[in-house]
Design a binder for this molecule. Structure first.
Ligand SMILES: *Cc1c(COP(=O)(O)O)cnc(C)c1O
Length: 384
């Protein structure tokens, strides 16, 4: 047993991060200013996307992405069943009609052959306007295949890449939006880098980027060239869209700028930890099967019990908690939440639900602690 609880994930903030934030507090601009712009530029440069629009969370970024694509009441939106609820809530907030897609038990992302079959069987008028996919744990979905289906069936794609800053699909950085329309990142403390709360949208189309900037700022426009009313008043502004305040502030951006310098180091360390788990966890567990031509950020390390039994999973969870290993489960299939009022049961998502847990993985996790975690886990699965 550990003396102090070991979390499943944790941020890493050093003195440089602290100094960067402190400096902003003495400035005149603490909400909107040069640092938010600088952080956006760094994200675009890193990922290879043309533009980046920061937000106050990934949940806001997902909502803005749905809004900017013009989603409205009754529109069909298809979503990965295994994701954080925000991945679907963004479309429910616009009263869309949501369908959930089953997953692959290799990488827990949507299974593209299941998606293709569902597209084939769906009447034209019920085909999705938008597909929202999650790169679970940071392992990329098969983006090329999704892109081919997007072209054929004419839907838009939003990548929920909240787990996947620092990941790659083949040779492409996640976030370049090469195969999709918009890509969303989260900077919540457990993610690849943190701004405390925060998110960003990566996009290649200028008009979409502009509209996102209006939407995150209550729909207000200050560009005289597009005013509906002719004016010579320099204080004048107009609201063209219904938006809100979804802005990131300068304190958060300063932290992000400082954190992104450490991204490579963070991802390398997470990969070392993952390798050690792969090499040392018991064969009585099922470990993820990831594509070796991708780079995974290892936001999570997901293990599965061989038996799909909620009773055994509960016992395993309670045993790990008793040993002060703070495991977690990512995620309950979204369709199971009462608010979604769905009667579906997707067979592979159900298996995942009955067998999966996320075990500790984060930059400052020490090898001696990891050895102990492995010993405790193996001890359970070898005798249960
Ligand atoms: C964390 C997370 C979000 C939401 O991120 P916030 O920044 O906390 O709003 C959305 N989707 C997924 C898959 C996440 O893991």
């Amino acid at each position: 047993m550990f003396k102090k609880k070991i979390p499943y994930g944790k941020h890493f903030v050093d003195q440089k991060d602290i100094e960067a934030v402190k400096k902003v507090l003495k400035k005149d601009l603490i909400t909107q200013g040069p640092l938010t712009k600088k952080f956006e530029n760094l994200l675009a440069t890193y990922t290879g996307a043309k533009y980046s629009v920061t937000t106050n969370s990934a949940s806001s970024a997902l909502y803005l992405s749905c809004a900017v694509l013009g989603l409205k009441s009754g529109d069909d939106v298809w979503v990965s069943s295994i994701s954080y609820v925000a991945t679907a809530n963004c479309a429910l907030l616009l009263s869309c009609n949501i369908s959930f897609l089953d997953i692959s038990l290799d990488n827990f992302n949507i299974d593209t052959s299941i998606l293709e079959n569902k597209l084939k069987k769906t009447q034209k008028k019920n085909l999705p306007k938008v597909l929202i996919v999650t790169h679970l744990a940071g392992e990329s979905c098969d983006l090329k295949k999704l892109y081919d289906l997007k072209k054929k069936y004419k839907f838009k794609i939003i990548e929920d890449a909240s787990h996947a800053l620092g990941s790659s699909y083949k040779k492409n950085k996640i976030g370049d939006a090469k195969y999709s329309d918009l890509v969303v990142f989260s900077f919540h403390p457990v993610k690849s880098i943190t701004t405390a709360e925060g998110g960003a949208i990566m996009v290649n189309k200028y008009e979409i980027k502009k509209k996102l900037e209006y939407l995150k700022n209550n729909g207000i426009i200050k560009d005289r060239k597009i005013f509906k009313t002719k004016t010579n008043s320099n204080w004048y502004y107009e609201q063209h869209y219904l938006g809100g305040n979804f802005r990131m502030n300068e304190l958060q951006a300063a932290l992000g700028i400082s954190q992104i310098k450490k991204l490579k180091k963070f991802i390398n360390k997470r990969n070392e930890i993952a390798d050690y788990y792969f090499n040392n966890l018991s064969n009585n567990l099922i470990l993820p099967k990831y594509d070796s031509s991708n780079i995974c950020s290892y936001h999570l390390f997901i293990i599965r019990l061989k038996k799909n039994s909620i009773k055994l999973k509960n016992k395993f969870y309670d045993y790990l908690k008793k040993n002060k290993i703070d495991v977690n489960f990512h995620y309950i299939p979204i369709y199971k939440h009462p608010i979604y009022k769905k009667k579906v049961k997707l067979p592979l998502s159900e298996k995942y639900y009955n067998s999966a847990l996320s075990i500790p993985i984060y930059y400052s996790l020490k090898r001696i602690h990891q050895k102990k975690i492995i010993k405790i886990i193996n001890n359970f699965v070898n005798y249960n």
